[in-house]
Design a protein around this ligand. Structure first.
Ligand SMILES: [Zn+2]
Length: 323
């Protein structure tokens, strides 16, 4: 079975390996058993909402507060993805979450870029870019957007808006993202994760080339038509959506109706550790619940490459690596 080679939607902090967390804790003079780490970061079966899901990020955030930690985490993630056979990924993180111990957003970013670059040098089979997340309700967003503009094409490929969708209206961030649009920094926005189709419409109106999750669009024919017409890429994260109860049963996930309507939908992991998943596991669950064929999975990887924030010539090279 085709297991996927492109992941456009995965968060660095939600994808830390247990071994890296253990190492970073030890450097900080702390110890936790593997079981304690798993209990802290893995989303429990009884998770009922996105807000509860986001609590699993506390330990990863605690350990990601130094230059060494950012570099180590980024290297380790790209290394694991290369070993899983991925050819392209866009890893996202919010630099403002890594300033608790006084590190600047820019230092956090530079360290992360270093880690990605070193891993790519060691594993040339994969290419990776970074997306800088502004946070819903965050107070460092202006600086994050400034860094996205400064580092675009130099380790950073685009931007994102993440956090607890719905707690602050998306319009609040309109000026921020219009500024990125003017500077030709591409972005994806988490939208429709919690079921609101209008947020998906707003994201497209705000110039997003992609939307994270997009589940809520299933409730609106006009929003689905808009997604298909504009070929806005939808970054589906099925296992994560089951855990946050955005979708209650895999067979009801909108990835199938989106695909059948010609929407450029893609398969992604969101958070490999918190959601205990891999791209291969996502494919297994989707194939089992909704009967996607290998040809359809490859089509979704093509959608992902076409929606990647890289030059057209680079997309052509990557498309050759899918079959
Ligand atoms: Zn996400």
């Amino acid at each position: 079975m085709y297991q996927g080679k492109v992941d456009l939607h995965l968060h660095l902090d939600g994808s830390l390996s247990e071994s890296v967390i253990t190492e970073l804790l030890e450097r900080d003079g702390r110890t936790m058993s593997a079981e304690e780490i798993r209990d802290s970061i893995c989303v429990p079966d009884h998770c009922t909402s996105l807000v509860e899901y986001l609590k699993r990020f506390e330990l990863p955030t605690q350990v990601l507060q130094t230059e060494y930690a950012m570099e180590r985490a980024a290297y380790d993630l790209v290394e694991r993805l290369a070993k899983q056979g991925l050819v392209y990924t866009e890893i996202r993180f919010a630099p403002q979450l890594h300033t608790r111990s006084g590190m600047s957003q820019e230092t956090a970013l530079k360290s992360t870029i270093n880690g990605v670059r070193q891993a790519q040098a060691d594993y040339p089979s994969i290419r990776a870019g970074l997306l800088l997340c502004s946070m819903i309700g965050g107070d460092g967003n202006e600086e994050t957007v400034r860094l996205a503009k400064q580092y675009i094409g130099n380790g950073v490929v685009g931007a994102d808006l993440a956090g607890a969708e719905g707690t602050v209206p998306m319009e609040t961030y309109a000026d921020l993202f219009r500024g990125l649009y003017r500077e030709q920094v591409p972005y994806t926005l988490h939208a429709g994760e919690c079921g609101d189709p209008e947020n998906v419409r707003k994201a497209i109106e705000l110039g997003a080339r992609r939307v994270g999750h997009g589940c809520g669009a299933i409730k609106s024919e006009s929003v689905m038509a808009l997604l298909a017409r504009t070929q806005t890429v939808v970054e589906a994260c099925v296992i994560s959506n089951l855990q946050t109860k955005a979708v209650l049963d895999a067979k009801d996930h909108p990835i199938r109706p989106f695909f059948d309507r010609g929407i450029a939908v893609t398969v992604n992991t969101d958070n490999m550790s918190c959601s205990d998943t891999t791209l291969a596991r996502e494919h297994e669950v989707i194939a089992g619940a909704m009967g996607f064929t290998d040809a359809e999975f490859i089509r979704m990887d093509e959608n992902a490459i076409n929606g990647a924030f890289i030059p057209e010539a680079d997309k052509k090279e990557l498309l050759k690596k899918l079959a």
